[in-house]
Design a protein around this ligand. Structure first.
Ligand code: ADP
Ligand code: MG
Length: 261
């Protein structure tokens, strides 16, 4: 059974200039433990999709299911991380990571909560930075802390909305590798929104290409790279073909004539 399922989801925003249809009969399914990436033209409805899954927005039509339950209100079992890590400057890194545990009643004893936060910080290479303030860390380190915060309450699914978008290329690649090692130690289900096709192929088990607005699932690519992935895997013929396929699909989504790769 899929952990997340969207069936025929349509949604229209009302704006000052009239109705704006954003999603149109979107179907999508994510299995437990799977890493799904979503790519699509800018403004096509990717962030809207994340809000629907988190229950922050209820669709006009269609259904969103999480763990066999219809999503009709905000879900605390969803962890989220964004391009801007939004850490609270008046709290230490450790206390920032522990924040969801204060909001969601986890039933975890206080000592265990702190141990879990420290453990996650050590997994992402932030051991020794627990007592620092966010402004004392680099952008990449802040994003690492934000990832820990999105995982600390053991959510059913982690939604990552362009979390690496603002980072330089080398920091981004470091974080991709951190994501893989995090998943090894601490398996989770993830939905990653990205505009970086290499990132989607490196991190995901399946890549969903959304069409232009109003968006539906235009194309699904299964990323069949077995075993532990390294950056070199992005330069194999297989990966090159997958990237060409995605690039072609994005062009179609943007309404451009697809060029032969
Ligand atoms: N609450 C809202 N009210 C009106 N329009 C919105 C709202 N949220 C998003 N939109 C519009 O819906 C479209 C899709 O937005 P979004 O899901 O953020 O796109 P993406 O994340 O793919 O760039 C955009 O044109 C955006 O301006
Ligand atoms: Mg967005």
């Amino acid at each position: 059974m899929s952990l997340i399922r969207l069936s025929s989801v349509s949604h229209t925003f009302s704006t000052a200039t009239g109705p704006l249809p954003v999603l149109d009969s979107l179907d999508l399914s994510i299995n437990e433990g799977e890493f799904t990436a979503v790519v699509g033209p800018s403004g096509c409805g990717k962030s809207t999709l994340t809000r629907l899954i988190a229950g922050l927005l209820i669709p006009d039509e269609g259904e969103v299911w999480l763990h066999g339950e219809r999503v009709v209100s905000p879900r605390s079992t969803v962890g989220m991380a964004f391009q801007n890590p939004v850490l609270l400057e008046w709290r230490s890194i450790l206390k920032n990571v522990m924040l969801p545990l204060e909001i969601v009643s986890s039933g975890m004893p206080a000592k265990e909560q702190e141990q879990r936060a420290r453990y996650l910080l050590s997994l992402v290479g932030l051991e020794g930075f627990e007592d620092k303030r966010p402004s004392e860390l680099s952008g990449g380190m802040r994003q690492r802390a934000s990832l820990c915060r999105s995982l600390v309450h053991k959510p059913d699914v982690v939604i990552l909305d362009e979390p690496f978008g603002a980072l330089d290329a080398f920091t981004r690649e470091d974080l991709w590798q951190t994501m893989h090692s995090l998943r090894e130690q601490e398996p989770f289900t993830a939905l990653l929104i990205t505009h970086d096709l290499r990132e989607s192929v490196f991190l995901a088990d399946q890549v969903i290409v959304l069409s232009g607005r109003p968006a539906h699932a235009q194309h699904v690519l299964d990323v069949d790279i077995p075993g532990k992935r390294t950056l070199e895997d992005l330069y194999t013929q297989k990966a090159t073909e997958m990237l060409a396929e995605l690039r072609q699909q994005i062009q179609i989504a943007q309404g451009k004539t697809a060029v032969t790769p």
